[in-house]
Design a protein around this ligand. Structure first.
Ligand SMILES: *Cc1c(COP(=O)(O)O)cnc(C)c1O
Length: 414
């Protein structure tokens, strides 16, 4: 905070459109991270803006407190149609963190009502990021976000993700040992499928997800996938768990749900979990956020799904994903770059030197990119792009060229 205040050169954005941000001085920047992985259809998509305007004219908000409305009902139905198999019920909330918070409370209350109130602990991965609320912080495995709250968090076992080649069996063993040892006490295993976003766009083997599915079935523990970042086509298919061909018991989605236009989230679950809340009034899930199921968000989210279909967004993103993969592969040879990776509409590279969220190397590249007209916010020493899925090819090529030039310049090359 102090550095930000003292150096003070804020980027003041006045307007956005498509893949560009425009600042108060009239400069434009390609949005390399699609406003933190949310603006998947570009800024200001005319159909989404029109859906928002239409909805605002008739019904902006009523809480879903003994009240139903068409936008939320239609969205729930549409989500279940495109969701991984077996997810038949939807709970709406406000953002990615609360989608995860809902998943955690669902799991805890579900087990309590199954006569297993001692199931209070969670399992997550080292380097995990699941949001900012206190429950989600407990699942988080990024040290700098977690440390200030140590001692005030729910119990969570953090296990290694299979990042290195050949580490899969060892990581699955660790999961199995933990579940076998603590079956009695574990409520859920929570994973970001295939890609750990905030940890630095770290990719891991989908076979781990299949193993987790099998183990959760064997020990009857809930499997939660946090698709807040990986969902809505970011990794190729609509949901990242499709890489593994399996479905979770609970799925969290936000960010791409409204394509970054409004804060809204959904937590999907199975009939089994849903039915665990039927019966006496005290068995209900009392989670009454004021803005649960907000009609504006729901109307936009519905239109997002229609745009995905009408504009063949996933299909048309495939050649764009290839452009990203090729560009990042070529950057492996640049000075200062230690590794590169890509999956779907994600391309990332690691810079030499300190690793972790507070590493400075990425910020030197950020400064070079800003001067060249791109907003390229790093994750410590990780420089990455996660542009909108429909970014025009010319913008994408320019963005990738800026990344290349900026990495080179930051290494003292040009
Ligand atoms: C961003 C993110 C969250 C939190 O979402 P917010 O909308 O910022 O609260 C949770 N999980 C993952 C995987 C995320 O990337």
């Amino acid at each position: 905070m102090q550095e930000w205040r003292e150096r003070g050169d804020p980027l003041v954005i006045e307007r956005t459109f498509g893949s560009r941000l425009f600042d108060a001085d009239g400069r434009s920047y390609l949005d390399a991270n699609a406003s933190w992985w949310s603006s998947s259809l570009g800024h200001g998509h005319p159909r989404l803006v029109a859906a928002l305007r239409r909805q605002a004219e008739s019904l902006c908000h009523t809480p879903l407190a003994g009240i139903a409305h068409a936008p939320a009902a239609e969205l729930a139905e549409a989500l279940c149609r495109v969701a991984p198999a077996g997810l038949e019920h939807v709970f709406f909330s406000d953002d990615g963190s609360t989608a995860v918070e809902v998943a955690m409370k669902l799991a805890l209350q579900f087990w309590a009502q199954q006569g297993r109130p001692e199931r209070r602990a969670f399992v997550a991965l080292e380097g995990a990021f699941h949001g900012e609320t206190l429950g989600a912080t407990a699942l988080g495995g990024v040290e700098v976000f977690r440390r200030p709250f140590e001692g005030a968090l729910l119990e969570c076992h953090h296990l290694p993700p299979p990042l290195e080649p050949g580490s899969l069996d060892r990581c699955v063993d660790a999961l199995e040992r933990t579940l076998a040892r603590d079956t009695r006490r574990i409520a859920a295993v929570v994973l970001e499928p295939v890609v750990q976003g905030a940890a630095g766009m770290r990719l891991y083997d989908p076979a781990y997800l299949r193993a987790a599915r099998e183990l959760c079935d064997r020990y009857d523990v809930l499997l939660v996938f946090d698709e807040v970042m990986s969902g809505y086509g970011r990794t190729g298919p609509l949901w990242a768990c499709a890489h593994a061909g399996i479905a979770p018991d609970v799925l969290c989605t936000a960010k791409g749900l409204t394509a970054g236009i409004l804060p809204m989230a959904a937590t999907l679950t199975t009939r089994r979990v849903f039915e665990g809340f039927l019966g006496d009034p005290e068995r209900a899930f009392y989670y009454g956020h004021t803005f649960c199921g907000n009609p504006l968000g729901a109307a936009v989210a519905l239109e997002v799904l229609r745009v995905f279909e009408d504009e063949h967004v996933l299909e048309r993103a495939k050649p764009k994903a290839l452009r990203i993969a090729r560009a990042f592969a070529a950057m492996a040879a640049l000075p200062g770059v230690t590794s590169v990776r890509s999956l779907g509409m994600i391309g990332a590279l690691d810079l030499a030197g300190d690793a972790g969220y507070l590493a400075r190397a990425g910020w030197r590249v950020y400064a070079e990119a800003r001067a060249r007209g791109a907003y390229l916010r790093p994750l410590g020493n990780v420089v990455y792009v996660t542009p909108s899925l429909n970014i025009p090819d010319a913008d994408l090529d320019r963005l990738l060229a800026i990344v290349h030039e900026s990495v080179t310049a930051a290494a003292g090359g040009a």
